[in-house]
Design a protein around this ligand. Structure first.
Ligand code: ZN
Length: 210
């Protein structure tokens, strides 16, 4: 759907056996490499909505993610809530991160995910101006609640299906000491189901030909 000229993506084609596994707030020096290994086991590619700050703090890991065929998306520089950020600040946050991602991946950054999934009119106008599509999800593991992995898996289980965009987190955006190993355990089960259902995990770029 389009809102004020800005494309908002929530779900892909339900007839093609492709699924998008998306991960927010990283990269994280411990959890992200383990997560990449889980994806590699099923030859899957993921989309990582990173903050500019975490890219800078984990530069070689970010380069490795690109090298391994994953897609990096924009999640602002410092993860502000759009409601409490003026247009100027929000613009700088998104533009600075866009430039970082483009330098890293050597191609245009075309996707953005709003922190907290919260969209404002200024955000829409900034995204239109910077040629960014907004990527949401149709199933949220709510792993930030840090329940046992089985609960996270059960939240997304029905949506492990063609065209789905699943939401996970690699870490907490500014509390790197929080333990996200539960997400890794949940992801192992999710990729088993993905495989069992004959789905292929692709990047958002591949799902929507961006
Ligand atoms: Zn976030």
């Amino acid at each position: 759907m389009r809102l004020f000229g800005c494309q908002i993506l929530r779900r892909g084609d339900t007839k093609t056996p492709k699924i998008a596994l998306t991960f927010d707030d990283g990269p994280h020096p411990v959890f992200t490499p383990m997560l990449l290994d889980i994806l590699e086991r099923i030859e899957g590619k993921g989309t990582f909505f990173t903050t500019g700050r975490n890219i800078l703090d984990n530069l070689s890991l970010s380069e490795d993610m690109v090298r391994r065929g994953h897609m990096i998306g924009n999640h602002t520089f410092d993860h502000p809530h759009a409601l409490w950020s003026g247009r100027g600040k929000l613009h700088d946050e998104i533009k600075k991160t866009k430039e970082l991602i483009e330098e890293l991946s050597e191609k245009p950054n075309k996707i953005f995910r709003p922190p907290y999934g919260f969209i404002t009119p200024s955000m829409l106008s900034i995204c239109r101006q910077l040629e960014l599509s907004i990527v949401l999800w149709n199933s949220n593991s709510k792993d930030y609640k840090r329940d046992v992995p089985e609960i996270m898996v059960n939240r997304v289980r029905d949506k492990i299906t063609s065209g789905s965009i699943l939401l996970f987190h690699e870490c907490h955006f500014n509390k790197p000491s929080l333990d996200y190993s539960g997400t890794l355990k949940a992801l192992k089960s999710v990729v088993d189901i993905v495989k069992l259902r004959g789905l292929h995990p692709v990047t958002i770029g591949e799902m929507f030909t961006l």
